[in-house]
Design a protein around this ligand. Structure first.
Ligand code: PLP
Length: 406
């Protein structure tokens, strides 16, 4: 299906802005995607028309909010094909989801000497919570290496997994290299040795059809703001038997069944893990974002992004001194690069003044930067509203800036 990108672009009014008197060209969707009007309208509607704290009042507005909030749980369940709605926990984002599992699963299931396996291409959000867990429990974090092309050496898992291994935590798509990881294989390998698997889908959910039943992953996390939704909201999917066996993470209102000064009992799933007033406005906005993606079709979005990725890769490769990090067979629309001796930060600064929003730095993946022996890169991430014309302009701008910086 051919998409009408010009009409899609109209859904994103921010693209009409200028920066420094130049048209705004947004290539930083992997950091946070732009939000379409449909999402902005859904959020505004809550504040304007039916504000009320969900689950906490018997009045009309509170009931309306509860219905809308819980309807998003059903949407997420369907979007990721979770077996039941109780297995969908609203969080504030992927980071909170990983932390929830690291604390709660860690508390219940990790003991001294146990091992957790992560990979060389993880975001700090899927590294540091495991390191802290390892410190608390005197456990060990092991690392699955990658090839120079930026692909996981999955066969190494056979050596890394031991009877002490309790969990593998791996991203679905690398935020730096764009690699789409063979998570199905990883899950099968881990499960064959009775090891649980957490999938960090922060960069995957918006590009790759996600079916948690087919994957059979034990946990999966993502953030709403990377899939055209609001900030401050995301999801944790977990298998019911595991979530039931895990102690609460945050505590307070709503996650309880009965509180007395003699002791407290806890609410059932999913509420056991949703303490305090949730970001209900943002949750409802995320529901609108999922509707938006469903209406266009994730597979159509992915196909268009792939076309852009191939076009941009070809264009950028023509630039003298271009070094692209990540050349996996299966890539999502993320390109990290350096040109000649130009510093990534200088490149980003000049591009910014020319109207381009790109990401520079270590991308919260310092161990991966160490792996490639660099301090940082420039990252271009492509989404549904980007065009080949924008890529042409970017390539010309990079060439110009590289010339100035040599
Ligand atoms: N995992 C990956 C692969 C990411 O790229 C990011 C953010 O960039 C995160 C986790 C953390 O997401 P958030 O900051 O939305 O919690």
């Amino acid at each position: 299906m051919s998409l009408d990108i010009q009409s899609i672009r109209k859904d994103f009014p921010i693209l009409e802005q200028q920066v420094y008197g130049k048209p705004y060209i947004y290539f930083d969707s992997a950091a946070t995607a732009l939000r379409p009007l449909q999402v902005l309208n859904a959020v505004t509607k809550i504040y304007k028309e039916f504000n009320g704290n969900p689950h906490r009042g018997s009045h009309y507005m509170s009931n309306q909010t509860t219905l809308a909030y819980e309807a998003v749980r059903d949407k997420v369940q369907k979007f990721i094909n979770a077996p039941s709605r109780e297995e969908v926990i609203f969080t504030k984002g992927a980071t909170e989801g990983v932390n929830l599992v690291a604390y709660s699963f860690g508390d219940a299931f990790i003991s001294e000497g146990d091992e957790i396996i992560i990979t060389e291409m993880e975001h700090h959000a899927n590294i540091v919570p495991w390191q802290l867990l390892a410190q608390r429990k005197k456990a060990k974090v092991k690392v699955l290496p990658i090839t120079d092309r930026g692909e996981l050496i999955v066969s190494e898992l056979d050596n890394l997994i031991t009877p002490k291994t309790k969990l593998v935590a791996v991203n679905m798509v690398s935020n730096v290299l764009g690699t789409v990881n063979p998570i199905q294989d990883i899950i099968e390998k881990a499960h064959s040795k009775n090891v649980k698997v957490l999938i960090d889908a922060a960069q995957g959910i918006q590009h790759v059809k996600t079916d948690v039943q087919k994957l059979d992953c034990d946990f999966l996390v993502f953030s709403g703001h990377k899939i055209y939704g609001p900030t401050g909201v995301g999801c944790l999917y977990g298998k019911k038997d595991l979530l039931d066996a895990m102690p609460p993470f945050l505590s307070g209102g709503e996650m309880i069944e009965k509180v007395s000064f003699d002791g407290t009992t806890f609410n059932s799933l999913p509420y056991k893990f949703e303490a305090g007033t949730p970001n209900f406005t943002e949750v409802i906005g995320m529901g609108a974002a999922l509707d938006y993606v469903n209406n266009i079709g994730l597979e159509n979005i992915a196909a268009y992004e792939h076309e852009l990725l191939e076009y941009a890769t070809l264009k950028l490769k023509q630039i003298d001194g271009m070094r692209i990090f990540g050349d996996a067979d299966n890539k999502a629309s993320v390109i990290s690069f350096l040109v000649g001796s130009a510093h990534h930060y200088d490149m980003g600064m000049f591009l910014d003044k020319m109207g381009f929003a790109v990401r520079t730095g270590h991308h919260c993946a310092e161990p991966l930067m160490d792996r490639y022996g660099v301090h940082g890169t420039v990252r271009v991430s492509l989404a549904i509203y980007n065009t080949k014309e924008e890529i042409d302009k970017l390539a010309a701008a990079i060439e110009k800036v590289a010339g100035m910086l040599q």
